[in-house]
Design a protein around this ligand. Structure first.
Ligand SMILES: [Zn+2]
Length: 334
């Protein structure tokens, strides 16, 4: 049977580094595993736990089958404490449980491991409750913070930890984790979180409707095109998917303009054909704007207004005009 580290897909360099740090007793007391969602960081954290606790190691690797390895795998090891967010929050009480757990006397030479999954969900109270422990961790204790939003962690937490970055996975590796079609990988920009969303057909419909709107966009057709996407702008989750659909479309258009090889998606082609009239700097400008849309969405801006403005800009691009100054009254810049 494999140990958990062996079953993580990809990330070989960072796993080798972590394993070697355990073997040579140089593993930092506080570490952050940082990278995109669902790519194997949490499994790596548990695997490190196996590696730290296993007493029947084969070379540098945990055996994967002893009682200790199995209890870690089942998240039930007596010297392992796991914190996960509830409703998008790690509460101060949970943080206090960690300090209490770590303050209990260890048997000589025994290790303790704490894994905080979704460390970005700690609010300032819970982060502050942990700061002292992170500053002076008890002997033989390891705190592993797992996070997909490194910048959301308090700087005081980040500065006390050693950061291990998990890069993106190749298409082949993604397919090993999740057997999906190539076009879904293409559409999601090889992002597992978005890929999962796209397996829901109602989210796929948002991508298709946006592409359809863009392909038909003209002055005379403007109202109809806006209408196609209006309902999606009224709901927080759908408006985020709509923005991701826009980013995906612009990204595809950029790849096409560079002549890069890409998976052909039939319903996307008419929109890409239409966008091929844009210059590369116009595409880049659109992309920069679409990234800001995520911030607007989080800040409860009117997403419909933002897309209306975007459509007007696209029409002016399609008509071969530079973005007209008179349109600035539609500007969504706050
Ligand atoms: Zn073992």
């Amino acid at each position: 049977m494999k140990n958990l580290l062996n079953s993580v897909v990809g990330h070989q360099a960072v796993i080798d580094r972590l394993t070697s740090l355990v073997t040579t007793n140089r593993l930092p007391n506080t570490l952050i595993l940082s990278g995109a969602k669902s790519i194997g960081k949490y499994k790596t954290a548990l695997g490190l736990g196996q590696n730290i606790f296993c007493k029947s190691k084969v070379g540098a690797s945990a055996c994967g089958v002893c009682g200790s390895c199995l209890r870690v795998k089942n998240e039930q090891h007596e010297s392992l404490q796991i914190l996960k967010s509830n409703d998008g929050l790690i509460k101060v009480d949970q943080a206090r449980e960690v300090t209490h757990f770590l303050s209990k006397q260890n048997n000589v030479g025994e290790y303790k491991v704490v894994i905080i999954d979704g460390a970005e969900y700690m609010n300032s109270q819970s982060a502050n409750a942990l700061l002292k422990t992170l500053e002076e961790p008890p002997e033989n204790c390891f705190i592993i913070l797992v996070s997909s939003s490194l910048y959301k962690l308090l700087p005081t937490i980040r500065s006390r930890a050693q950061i291990f970055r998990f890069g993106s996975l190749t298409t082949g590796q993604l397919k090993q984790i999740k057997p999906v079609d190539d076009w879904l990988i293409e559409l999601s920009g090889a992002n597992l979180e978005i890929m999962e969303k796209l397996q829901d057909s109602s989210n796929q419909e948002i991508y298709m409707k946006l592409a359809s709107s863009v392909s038909q966009l003209s002055e005379s057709n403007y109202d109809a095109c806006v209408k196609q996407i209006t309902s999606f702008t009224k709901n927080k989750q759908h408006s985020l998917v709509l923005i991701q659909a826009l980013q995906s479309l612009i990204h595809a258009s950029y790849k096409k303009s560079l002549g890069m090889s890409m998976q052909k998606i039939d319903w996307q082609e008419p929109a890409l054909e239409r966008l091929s009239a844009l210059t590369q700097s116009q595409i880049m400008e659109l992309f920069t704007e679409s990234v800001k849309f995520e911030y607007y969405q989080k800040s409860n801006f009117d997403i419909l207004l933002i897309f209306e403005s975007l459509f007007l800009k696209l029409i002016s691009y399609f008509n071969g005009e530079a973005h007209h100054a008179s349109m600035d009254r539609y500007s969504y810049t706050p």
